[in-house]
Design a protein around this ligand. Structure first.
Ligand SMILES: [Zn+2]
Length: 158
Protein backbone atom coordinates (compact mmCIF):
# COMPACT_ATOMS: atom_id res chain seq x y z
CA UNK A 1 0.00 0.00 0.00
CA UNK A 2 1.17 3.53 -0.57
CA UNK A 3 1.79 5.96 2.24
CA UNK A 4 -0.93 8.25 0.99
CA UNK A 5 -3.53 5.52 1.10
CA UNK A 6 -2.50 4.58 4.58
CA UNK A 7 -2.96 8.13 5.82
CA UNK A 8 -6.28 8.22 4.11
CA UNK A 9 -7.29 5.16 6.04
CA UNK A 10 -6.22 6.64 9.35
CA UNK A 11 -8.38 9.67 8.71
CA UNK A 12 -11.52 7.62 8.71
CA UNK A 13 -13.63 8.37 11.72
CA UNK A 14 -15.10 5.32 13.31
CA UNK A 15 -18.12 5.45 15.49
CA UNK A 16 -18.02 4.14 19.00
CA UNK A 17 -19.40 0.71 19.53
CA UNK A 18 -20.89 -0.55 22.72
CA UNK A 19 -19.65 -3.68 24.42
CA UNK A 20 -22.93 -5.36 23.60
CA UNK A 21 -22.77 -4.79 19.89
CA UNK A 22 -22.17 -8.26 18.56
CA UNK A 23 -22.25 -7.34 14.93
CA UNK A 24 -19.19 -8.69 13.21
CA UNK A 25 -18.37 -5.85 10.93
CA UNK A 26 -18.74 -2.57 12.59
CA UNK A 27 -17.56 0.19 10.31
CA UNK A 28 -20.25 -0.31 7.72
CA UNK A 29 -23.89 -0.63 8.51
CA UNK A 30 -24.54 -2.42 5.28
CA UNK A 31 -22.03 -5.26 5.57
CA UNK A 32 -23.52 -8.70 5.29
CA UNK A 33 -21.75 -11.96 6.07
CA UNK A 34 -22.88 -15.19 4.44
CA UNK A 35 -21.61 -18.61 5.53
CA UNK A 36 -21.03 -20.67 2.38
CA UNK A 37 -19.23 -23.93 1.54
CA UNK A 38 -16.28 -21.91 0.19
CA UNK A 39 -15.98 -19.62 3.18
CA UNK A 40 -17.54 -16.46 4.57
CA UNK A 41 -18.62 -13.98 1.95
CA UNK A 42 -18.64 -10.37 3.14
CA UNK A 43 -20.70 -7.92 1.13
CA UNK A 44 -20.40 -4.22 1.75
CA UNK A 45 -20.15 -0.85 0.10
CA UNK A 46 -16.76 0.72 -0.56
CA UNK A 47 -16.55 4.08 1.20
CA UNK A 48 -14.24 5.36 -1.51
CA UNK A 49 -16.38 4.85 -4.60
CA UNK A 50 -19.68 3.62 -3.14
CA UNK A 51 -19.41 0.51 -5.27
CA UNK A 52 -20.63 -2.82 -4.02
CA UNK A 53 -17.77 -5.05 -2.90
CA UNK A 54 -17.30 -8.64 -1.90
CA UNK A 55 -14.56 -10.32 0.06
CA UNK A 56 -14.48 -14.07 0.54
CA UNK A 57 -12.67 -15.45 3.57
CA UNK A 58 -11.81 -19.06 2.88
CA UNK A 59 -12.32 -21.38 5.85
CA UNK A 60 -8.59 -21.81 6.58
CA UNK A 61 -8.37 -18.02 6.85
CA UNK A 62 -11.27 -17.99 9.30
CA UNK A 63 -9.51 -20.64 11.41
CA UNK A 64 -6.34 -18.53 11.50
CA UNK A 65 -8.28 -15.50 12.72
CA UNK A 66 -9.89 -17.63 15.42
CA UNK A 67 -6.39 -18.45 16.73
CA UNK A 68 -5.30 -14.83 16.57
CA UNK A 69 -2.83 -15.19 13.74
CA UNK A 70 -2.68 -13.41 10.40
CA UNK A 71 -3.73 -15.75 7.56
CA UNK A 72 -1.17 -14.14 5.25
CA UNK A 73 1.53 -15.10 7.75
CA UNK A 74 0.61 -18.68 8.51
CA UNK A 75 -0.36 -19.67 4.98
CA UNK A 76 2.37 -17.83 3.11
CA UNK A 77 3.93 -20.22 0.60
CA UNK A 78 1.24 -22.85 1.17
CA UNK A 79 -0.97 -22.48 -1.90
CA UNK A 80 -2.39 -25.94 -1.28
CA UNK A 81 -4.17 -24.48 1.76
CA UNK A 82 -4.99 -20.95 0.57
CA UNK A 83 -3.81 -19.67 -2.76
CA UNK A 84 -3.85 -15.98 -1.86
CA UNK A 85 -4.27 -15.61 1.90
CA UNK A 86 -5.55 -12.22 2.97
CA UNK A 87 -3.65 -10.18 5.52
CA UNK A 88 -5.37 -8.92 8.66
CA UNK A 89 -4.29 -6.57 11.41
CA UNK A 90 -5.69 -6.77 14.93
CA UNK A 91 -7.14 -3.57 16.35
CA UNK A 92 -7.16 -4.16 20.09
CA UNK A 93 -9.17 -1.06 20.91
CA UNK A 94 -12.04 -2.35 18.85
CA UNK A 95 -11.63 -6.08 19.60
CA UNK A 96 -11.59 -6.57 15.87
CA UNK A 97 -9.56 -7.50 12.84
CA UNK A 98 -9.09 -5.18 9.90
CA UNK A 99 -8.53 -6.78 6.49
CA UNK A 100 -5.57 -5.24 4.69
CA UNK A 101 -7.31 -4.95 1.36
CA UNK A 102 -8.07 -2.17 -1.06
CA UNK A 103 -10.86 -1.58 -3.53
CA UNK A 104 -9.93 -2.76 -7.01
CA UNK A 105 -11.81 0.18 -8.51
CA UNK A 106 -10.68 3.18 -6.45
CA UNK A 107 -7.84 1.79 -4.28
CA UNK A 108 -9.62 2.78 -1.06
CA UNK A 109 -8.47 0.68 1.87
CA UNK A 110 -11.47 -1.01 3.34
CA UNK A 111 -12.44 0.08 6.81
CA UNK A 112 -14.53 -2.95 7.63
CA UNK A 113 -14.03 -4.86 10.85
CA UNK A 114 -14.38 -8.45 11.91
CA UNK A 115 -14.99 -8.91 15.61
CA UNK A 116 -12.51 -11.19 17.40
CA UNK A 117 -15.40 -13.43 18.44
CA UNK A 118 -16.88 -13.70 14.99
CA UNK A 119 -14.65 -16.38 13.39
CA UNK A 120 -15.70 -18.99 15.96
CA UNK A 121 -19.36 -18.09 15.44
CA UNK A 122 -18.96 -18.58 11.69
CA UNK A 123 -17.10 -21.85 12.26
CA UNK A 124 -19.90 -23.15 14.46
CA UNK A 125 -22.32 -22.62 11.63
CA UNK A 126 -19.91 -24.17 9.11
CA UNK A 127 -19.52 -27.28 11.29
CA UNK A 128 -23.25 -27.85 11.34
CA UNK A 129 -23.20 -27.91 7.54
CA UNK A 130 -19.94 -29.87 7.38
CA UNK A 131 -18.33 -27.14 5.28
CA UNK A 132 -14.94 -27.61 6.89
CA UNK A 133 -14.03 -31.28 7.43
CA UNK A 134 -10.34 -30.33 7.68
CA UNK A 135 -10.88 -28.01 10.64
CA UNK A 136 -8.96 -30.14 13.16
CA UNK A 137 -5.82 -30.12 11.03
CA UNK A 138 -6.08 -26.41 10.40
CA UNK A 139 -6.65 -25.74 14.09
CA UNK A 140 -3.51 -27.65 15.04
CA UNK A 141 -1.55 -25.81 12.38
CA UNK A 142 -2.73 -22.37 13.46
CA UNK A 143 -2.49 -23.02 17.17
CA UNK A 144 1.17 -24.00 16.69
CA UNK A 145 1.77 -20.61 15.11
CA UNK A 146 -0.18 -18.90 17.86
CA UNK A 147 1.93 -20.61 20.53
CA UNK A 148 5.30 -20.28 18.85
CA UNK A 149 4.99 -16.90 17.23
CA UNK A 150 3.52 -13.79 18.68
CA UNK A 151 0.85 -12.56 16.24
CA UNK A 152 2.61 -9.22 15.91
CA UNK A 153 5.42 -10.91 14.01
CA UNK A 154 2.97 -11.82 11.31
CA UNK A 155 1.33 -8.45 11.13
CA UNK A 156 3.87 -6.67 8.96
CA UNK A 157 2.23 -5.21 5.89
CA UNK A 158 3.28 -7.09 2.82
ZN1 LIG B 1 -13.88 1.72 -4.18
Amino acid sequence: MSEKDYDQFNDIKHGSYGMFDNSAIKAHDSVRAAVTPGGVVLEFECQGCSGGQQLTLEWPEVVALKYGVDPAFVYRGRPNIVREPMSFQPIADENAWRPVAACSKCNWHYAIRIGFEEPEQWLMRARRSNYIPQENNLSQFCSAFANGNRPQQGMQPR
